[in-house]
Design a protein around this ligand. Structure first.
Ligand SMILES: [Fe+2]
Length: 216
């Protein structure tokens, strides 16, 4: 079963800007890898102003995500990584918005478990994606997956961490294409140096079970 848990909630960060907002949609579904399937809740973020936005991750429920988008133009569907729970409505969102799906190429092996071919665009470490005048920096943070990325906004004092950070620690590395040593290195070198007041917005939400939460 898939669906959304309530409507979108508005997140205020230390660097909040007039007119710019981060909406969080929590969606429910499953994550499958290595022959197992787990119930998970995911955080999808829609960042932008009244006119333009980006969708960050494409989990489980396109209608709920598009309700948070409203009538805004979508500049891109940024995928923090290609575990199936983060991309399973990426194609539907791309079709309904006309926006390109953007992924780091190191996650192609995971992408192709769900979709043939390649997404419309690639992410690269150090790349900046601007929406509504606010730049977001792509930080390559492998470990949870080979091409996992975080999106950091120095203007908003916020980082969207995908599954690289869960609440309270590193993301899960127990399954294929994950590396504990790599995720610790990524967190130490890319996330811990961020300013101390940076708010971390994770890709995994409180889940139906702790096992599922750790799995996503
Ligand atoms: Fe994941």
């Amino acid at each position: 079963m898939t669906g959304a848990r309530g409507g979108a909630s508005r997140i205020t960060t230390p660097g909040a800007r007039q007119g710019f907002r981060i909406d969080n949609v929590v969606t429910h579904g499953t994550f499958s890898l290595d022959g197992g399937t787990w119930e998970v809740d995911n955080n999808v973020y829609v960042v932008g102003d009244d006119s333009d936005c980006l969708i960050v991750d494409a989990a489980h429920d396109a209608d709920a995500i598009l309700a948070a988008v409203g009538d805004r133009a979508v500049g891109g569907i940024v995928l923090t990584h290609a575990h199936d729970d983060h991309i399973n409505v990426a194609e539907e969102l791309a079709r309904r918005t006309g926006a390109p799906r953007l992924l780091h190429p190191e996650d192609t092996v995971l992408w192709q478990m769900v979709y043939p071919g390649a997404p419309e665009g690639w992410l690269a470490d150090g790349q900046t994606i601007e929406v509504a005048g606010v730049p977001w920096h792509v930080l390559l943070t492998p470990g949870h997956s080979p091409g996992g990325v975080c999106l950091y906004s120095p203007d908003l004092d916020a980082v969207l961490s995908g599954d690289t950070l869960f609440s309270g620690g590193p993301g899960a590395t127990g399954r294929s294409f994950s590396s504990f040593d790599q995720i610790v290195h990524s967190i130490r070198t890319r996330l811990l140096p961020l300013p101390a007041d940076t708010i971390v917005l994770t890709g995994g939400a409180e889940a139906a079970s702790s096992d599922g939460w750790a799995a996503g």
